[in-house]
Design a protein around this ligand. Sequence first.
Ligand SMILES: Cc1cc2nc3c(=O)[nH]c(=O)nc-3n(C[C@H](O)[C@H](O)[C@H](O)COP(=O)(O)OP(=O)(O)OC[C@H]3O[C@@H](n4cnc5c(N)ncnc54)[C@H](O)[C@@H]3O)c2cc1C
Length: 347
Amino acid sequence: MRMGAAAVPLFVSCWVGVSAFVPGRSQIVVPALARPCAAVSVLNGAACVPALESLPFGPTKRSLPVEPEPPVPAVPVPAVPAVPVPAVPVPAAPPRPAAPVVPLAPAVPVPAVPPRPPAPAVPPPAPLAPVLPPRPAAPVVPDAPAVPDAPAVPDVPAVPDVPAVPDVPVLPERMLGEIAQGLELTKDWFVEARLQIAAHCIGAATRAAEIAEAHAKSRVQFGRAIREFQAIDFMLADMAVDIMAAKSTLYRVAWEIDAGIDRKSVHARASAVKLLSSEMAGRVLDRALQVLGGRGYMRASPVERLYRDVRVDRIWEGTSEIQRVIIGAQIAKRGIGVYAGWPGQTV
Ligand SMILES: Cc1cc2nc3c(=O)[nH]c(=O)nc-3n(C[C@H](O)[C@H](O)[C@H](O)COP(=O)(O)OP(=O)(O)OC[C@H]3O[C@@H](n4cnc5c(N)ncnc54)[C@H](O)[C@@H]3O)c2cc1C
């Protein structure tokens, strides 16, 4: 163990401490005690205290009265000879074997890049369009003369009530229908008018479909007749099915009338035929015009005329909405079989 300069103060403090704790005996005890205590103090100075307490010296200074003591002459401290530490031989490390030599990867041949061809000459930009001359200022429009107030319209005289004509005799051969059955007669007329409109719609739709199909076969776009495009083909298919459904329904009701089916059933179904046919004509004419493209929109095209013609068929003789009101009321009153039942079925 090596003792440096720091060990000397600890050694002296232990000496003084023991002299104070053991009065009258310090000169005897200290030389024997100082050496081990000094050696311990180098490691840990606090270890001296338990070593002193364990010695058989009697009570400590804290429990005994302190008596005045003559001054202690300084005792020369002998120098501690240095203990030689034998050198420990360290075996030399064996030489590290040389790392194996890794052969280099074979060189990859890099193809030579051909020289880039020269860029084509860029033609000079086209000359800009000549600058338009400034637009002349619009002529000042004079203020329109004030419109004179319209002359006041005199009140229309009230129409007097039509006087009742009681007890007017009407010959039986001059009467239309039965007495108090005027509304039923009106319904009969509606049946005729609505079936007539349905026939008109089916005829217009059929004609438009024929024109559209003929045009689709002759019109060439992108190197082929547009009839060969599935989009056009599907429109023609939808048109044909629409026409077939409406035409079949119209013929069914016409056959029922010929078969003498009751008037109420005929009236209920005529509304369905009118609604179906007029809405169908709208769809078919729209598709036919689409197949014709811009030509179909021109006044010279018969499809343009038919398109306008069939538009009113969804309005007069009862609009489509009124037909639905009628059909809904018939279903509520007679059941869905009025429309979903078999042909010829009386309801
Ligand atoms: C070219 C042409 C010729 C005509 N010729 C005749 C003729 O010869 N004789 C004749 O009497 N009339 C004729 N009319 C009138 C035709 O019958 C009416 O235009 C039609 O009944 C619709 O009535 P409105 O125009 O008053 O429309 P509105 O009754 O004002 O209807 C306007 C909209 O409201 C909807 N609507 C109205 N009431 C209802 C309801 N209860 N439920 C749901 N929706 C509703 C309609 O469906 C429509 O979409 C003709 C019309 C036209 C365009």
